[in-house]
Design a protein around this ligand. Structure first.
Ligand SMILES: [Zn+2]
Length: 355
């Protein structure tokens, strides 16, 4: 169902273009990782399932690997790898890795063997600085590569994928965009935990697969719905810096609202709040206090959300999202959450814009 989420971001075209500098990375007490493979995923068994601290989920390849294939976990920076264990094969015991090695790399480029798989499992004490670990078959296999879990003991800690996701890319209409589009997909995957935390609600599991397609025949900027994002070849060729537009669409995929009659301004306002207040803060530009209105949608509504969240409830967006997703949103929510009506909040916000 595309319902409200198919509302496109074409509106952004009517606004002045704002520079989108890369935000300064916040200091992180832990290290993040990425997981890549030469093999394509089969049947929704995505790569991140191999590093999600859940042995019930697993990565599975769609073809039988050869000696040149791999599944590689790369850390954002080198960490001291004390030990590593990898379990392969499906939970029912099928497709364990018969011929393979666990390899480690200090720089993410040159790998050396750390241990050999036996009965589909491996453990190794390493005790040195490592940037990447990978599973590599040592023969052409007669079964797909199935990796259930990497378990690592490192200093500092590397975080597992709390919201496993994999974007698949379709650039059939513009193959020359592939390199750029792959970077965009990596950005969206990297932002996924932030988006999913902000838009969490009880019992909700965000989609684990999102398909991003660039179409020559699509005349908007981008749209999203049902785990699919469509972007315009023409627009993104002339605005390659507008990665934030795809973070906005990724937020729509996580919103996953299905209730009828939800206010479109709030759907778009939350998506632009993700983009302009979390992904690239400080880039939304200034608003005209004379014309600003809470329900003007997109970044204007996002600014309103940021104001109310800052003044009344830092969890405001998370709470509003939960109400929207559960079909329980009404205008009374503002009074319940802040003690003020939305009109009163609108006045306070507009006053705050006057300088
Ligand atoms: Zn949108």
């Amino acid at each position: 169902m595309r319902t409200l989420l198919s509302v496109s971001a074409t509106f952004l075209l009517a606004l002045p273009t704002f520079a989108a500098p890369t935000p300064a990375p916040a200091p992180r007490p832990v290290v993040q990782a990425a997981i890549e493979s030469s093999l394509t995923t089969a049947g929704g068994r995505i790569r991140q399932f191999a590093f999600d601290a859940d042995p019930a989920t697993y990565f599975a390849s769609d073809r039988n690997p050869t000696k040149t294939d791999h599944l590689t976990l790369t850390f954002d920076r080198p960490v001291t790898l004390k030990s590593v264990a990898v379990v392969t094969g499906r939970p029912n015991g099928d497709d364990v890795l018969t011929d393979g090695v666990l390899e480690v790399s200090a720089d993410g480029a040159a790998f050396e063997s750390a241990a050999t798989f036996e009965k589909g499992k491996v453990t190794a004490d390493v005790g040195r600085s490592v940037k990447a670990v990978r599973v590599r078959p040592t023969a052409d296999l007669k079964a797909p590569l199935v990796v259930r879990e990497f378990t690592i003991n490192t200093d500092p800690r590397v975080v597992t994928f709390r919201y496993p996701v994999e974007f698949t890319l379709d650039v059939t209409d513009a193959p020359e965009m592939r390199e750029w589009a792959e970077k965009v997909v990596r950005v969206c995957e990297r932002q996924y935990p932030m988006i999913c935390d902000l838009l969490a609600s009880e019992g909700f599991r965000p989609p684990a697969q999102i398909r991003m397609t660039f179409r020559a025949s699509y005349n908007g900027v981008a749209e999203a719905g049902g785990g699919r994002i469509t972007g315009s070849v023409k627009y993104f060729k002339s605005h390659p810096e507008d990665v934030g537009a795809m973070v906005h669409e990724t937020a729509h995929c996580v919103q996953n609202y299905r209730a009828r009659g939800l206010p479109g301004w709030l759907v778009e306002g939350i998506a632009d709040y993700v983009r302009f207040w979390k992904f690239e803060p400080g880039t939304a530009g200034r608003l005209n206090p004379e014309r600003a209105k809470f329900d003007a949608s997109y970044r204007t509504s996002a600014a309103f959300l940021a104001f109310v969240a800052g003044k009344y409830d830092s969890q405001l967006v998370t709470k509003l999202n939960a109400l929207m997703r559960e079909g329980k949103y009404s205008v009374e929510a503002w009074k319940t959450l802040t003690g003020k009506t939305v009109e009163e909040l609108n006045q306070e916000w507009r006053q705050s814009l006057v300088r």
